[in-house]
Design a protein around this ligand. Sequence first.
Ligand code: BYC
Length: 344
Amino acid sequence: MCGNDFAPDETGLLAEVERAERALLTAPEAPRGAAAEAPTGALHFDELIAAEQKIEPRDWMPDAYRKTLIRQIAQHAHSEIIGMQPEGNWISRAPTLKRKAILLAKVQDEAGHGLYLYAAAETLGINRDELVEMLVSGRQKYSSIFNYPTLTWADIGAIGWLVDGAAIVNQVPLCRCSYGPYARAMIRICKEESFHQRQGYEILYTLSHGTAGQKAMAQDAVDRWWYPSLAMFGPPDGDSTHSEQSMAWKIKRFSNDDLRQKFVDMCVPQAEILDLKLPDPDLHWNAEEGRHHYTQPDYTELMRVIKGDGPCNRQRMAHRRRAHDDGAWVREAAAAYAKKKAAA
Ligand code: BYC
């Protein structure tokens, strides 16, 4: 086993993505329940959700459903774009040409994920300029995890293993999200994320089986990224404002705590193979409950980071705003070219 998605049987995460992809392809032929007889309005929407059908941009949907999706998909897209920064920090310092090429490709993939997601959000009637404006003005969020610094090369391994690992656990169920364009975007993203997770795992494996100094560097990275990765899943269920409604609408399929638990249960055997310790002295198997008991992350810290007061929030936002301003001429040139072509 060499990563979250290496389970060879039908229980693996990639097998779940395959199943979601098949369901998406066959959804149009599946029974549409009463929706077929009542093709507009709330009844139509409720029936489509109940029948496990996809809501498409042409379908009527409650305004709150649309707003929730715009919020979540936009935050997700912004996370992919901001997430390029901590890794981009290591492109010029990767230890070999091969590592550099792999990291470059990975960071490029994140840009692609951002684009699929902005495109999915646009199907809900908002345009990308507005979404980017909401990010740079601080009105929309991005994942807390990208406000932590990447101090050593081992951090690139820890991000791949833990951050991309957490991302996959969170995102595989989104392949079954009730909103068609988001679910379809997630299929491709999850397949690509599984490569990302493997490259991180392989970096850590190499370091942890290298010199004592390399192993210590890998352990230090895991020590720093473990709790922020657990916090990525969001506040505990009791404090999650959106989960109940999002689960009723089948946008989210599992609660924040259920996914966090799944992630911990997956990481424990993988850490053993890496020969690295997860930094939680209370972590142990609870046979009665059939899951690991673990120490919760510091949710006060999560809330502080979300509100803008993490170790790198200011740096990340300043960089994003600078990149946006620097790219103004490209946007202007593209718009002028499109106008010229349309006129011709
Ligand atoms: N960071 O009611 P809740 C990636 C906010 S990309 C920041 O539970 P929800 C990757 C939440 O927005 C990783 N904010 O919310 C990329 C809400 O605030 P608002 C991103 C967070 O939406 C590149 C409030 O707290 N993944 O992995 O039901 C390289 C209450 O929370 C966080 C996604 O975006 C957080 N960690 O559930 C490598 C996946 N947690 O909006 C990797 C899609 C919570 O009311 N998103 N908040 O002001 C989701 O699955 C859900 O939005 C969440 C939160 C599970 C994150």
